[in-house]
Design a binder for this molecule. Structure first.
Ligand SMILES: Cc1cc2nc3c(=O)[nH]c(=O)nc-3n(C[C@H](O)[C@H](O)[C@H](O)COP(=O)(O)OP(=O)(O)OC[C@H]3O[C@@H](n4cnc5c(N)ncnc54)[C@H](O)[C@@H]3O)c2cc1C
Length: 402
């Protein structure tokens, strides 16, 4: 396995760096570097800039309009974007549903759905989880009943990230109760503007509106929106989840946040405390180890070996790293990390409404509590870490024993 980047890869990386420097709006990058709130318009702006260049579809093969990059090139592209302070684009369209449409969709579905995803004009959300169906995803109950050329959908999805901004939702729906629960699931694409779709916001621990409940009441969906075959949705869902868990490792954001952690530690005067620097060094080693693991997966993919077996492992370590850097940021700020001020997430907020200024001392500390609370989600979403450990035990360790 070759872990050094080749001369061509270095040249590619420099070209990406230059382009990102010239095209990423500075106020947007500043928000990301400071950990401030990103609005949907901020993310759409960057998505469209990437879309225009043809790089929103960074992982797509060229026959579908992607740049046809290797896994390493894609990694370097993400690394440069994250290092420069680019917002992370929600994966639901370009990274999650697009590969499923490409692999299992018809030519008509390719033509209908892929261009809007690649340009950043059409946003998607993921309708897998339901109340009572999270880890046990095969138990989904949202029902799609076929009448002629349409399905009539009834049920509820839960935890739908950015459902309030999405134009479309890809859903697991029940089309049969025969046989194993997995055998009666279909994969359906639903227009969020369809009559009978209701989106209800859910506020999380960090005070933010990131997730939603989505209700379907007699929603008519044309059968042309069914992906692949009826009752085969479980296969397509698993294909998609492999992509989700690999993306969730997000090692390139972790690198950027490590630098932010160092800045916060310096601002708060704890960077010179050798015990604290030990903690930062430990985190840095974990991030490098995670990146090595990602590169191993990419190297294996490049040589044609199947490698998604370790997707669960990447998800577990990636989420632990993300939670750890927010914990260390809070520790660096000490008592000043404690005040939880949702307004402080807004760029330009200076704590003016407080009689004596922001009670957290330096304004850098203001958004830390929100970020800390927000990152608790990473060990739950995309399949909880406990469940991932079961999968890793069976697939990785199990296969080593075999
Ligand atoms: C912020 C956030 C965003 C999300 N976004 C989306 C989204 O956009 N779309 C979507 O479809 N879903 C989304 N999810 C849902 C997410 O995938 C589920 O929350 C997750 O799969 C866990 O399911 P659950 O919440 O039903 O918990 P449960 O499955 O009820 O699990 C509860 C607890 O039991 C543990 N547990 C369950 N089964 C086992 C087992 N066999 N062995 C050991 N421990 C077990 C779990 O680890 C967990 O700690 C999101 C969740 C969060 C928190």
């Amino acid at each position: 396995m070759e872990l050094n980047f080749s001369a061509e890869e270095q040249t590619f990386r420099m070209a990406v760096r230059t382009w990102v420097r010239e095209n990423l709006p500075e106020d947007l990058a500043q928000k990301v570097r400071m950990g401030h709130r990103l609005h949907a318009a901020d993310i759409r702006l960057w998505a469209k800039i990437l879309g225009k260049k043809g790089w929103l579809a960074a992982s797509w093969p060229s026959r579908f309009g992607g740049p046809g990059w290797t896994g390493i090139q894609k990694h370097l592209f993400e690394r440069e974007c994250m290092a420069a302070g680019a917002p992370r684009i929600p994966p639901f369209g370009p990274v999650m549903v697009a590969p499923v449409i490409m692999k299992f969709g018809t030519a008509d579905q390719h033509a209908r759905f892929l261009p809007g995803i690649a340009s950043g004009d059409v946003w998607w959300c993921q309708g897998y989880s339901e109340p009572g169906s999270g880890s046990d995803l095969a138990s989904v109950k949202t029902r799609a009943t076929r009448t002629g050329d349409t399905y009539v959908v009834n049920g509820q999805k839960a935890w739908t990230t950015f459902g309030q901004h999405a134009d479309w939702i890809f859903c697991l729906v029940r089309t049969s109760n025969e046989g194993k629960p997995q055998a009666g699931i279909s994969f359906l694409l639903i227009d969020m503007r369809s009559p009978g779709v209701t989106v209800r916001p859910v506020k999380l621990l960090d005070g933010e509106h990131e997730v939603n409940e989505v209700f379907f009441d007699d929603v008519s969906v044309p059968i042309a929106n069914l992906i692949g075959e009826e009752n085969h949705g479980w296969t397509y869902a698993k294909h998609l989840l492999g992509h989700e868990r690999t993306t969730i490792a997000d090692v390139n954001s972790a690198r950027r946040e490590l630098e932010r952690l160092k800045r916060i530690a310096k601002t708060n005067g704890v960077y010179d405390d050798f015990r604290f620097r030990d903690e930062i060094a430990r985190l840095e080693v974990d991030i490098i180890a995670l990146e090595m693991m990602v590169l191993r997966v990419l190297a294996a993919e490049g040589s044609g070996q199947a490698s998604l077996d370790v997707a669960g492992l990447l998800k577990i370590r990636g989420s632990e790293v993300r939670q750890r850097y927010t914990e260390l940021m809070m520790l660096a700020a000490g008592p000043f990390g404690m005040p939880f001020v949702p307004d402080a997430m807004e760029a330009g907020w200076q704590g003016a409404s407080f009689p004596f200024g922001f009670p957290g001392g330096h304004a850098t500390n203001a958004p830390l509590a929100s970020a800390y609370f927000n990152m608790r989600k990473t060990s739950i979403y995309g399949g909880s870490n406990e469940v991932q450990k079961n999968i890793v035990a069976q697939t990785v360790f199990g296969s080593l024993q075999a």
